[in-house]
Design a protein. Sequence first.
Length: 126
Amino acid sequence: MCLSGGWPAGCRSSSESEIRVYAIVRSGGRQHKVAVGDIVEVDKISTGKVGDTVELSTLLVVDGDAVTSDPWVLAGIKVQAEIVDHHKGQKIDILRYKNKTGYRRRQGHRQQYTAIKVTEIPAAAK
């Protein structure tokens, strides 16, 4: 039941659940779960400019009840995404200290990221 107390147009019953298509993709040595319309932060894609389209290799595709994990089928499926932004992450402080020796070192790091928006997940050939 909705918070408003009735069944207005915006509320759905549990039997009307959406079939959500998502994929597990690999980018920059990491794996990300993505769906169409998601904006995901990945390691910087240095060859792309804002507005360019990139292809991400797929490890798994879930289309409702059908789960595709066969590497031969997934070799032909590339998730399409558009580069939205290049930015830096939060600063990480690295401090090194040794007692009684006067040894102190301070270092900082900010990781470079690229924000991408997933535009298309092609269906697996059956």
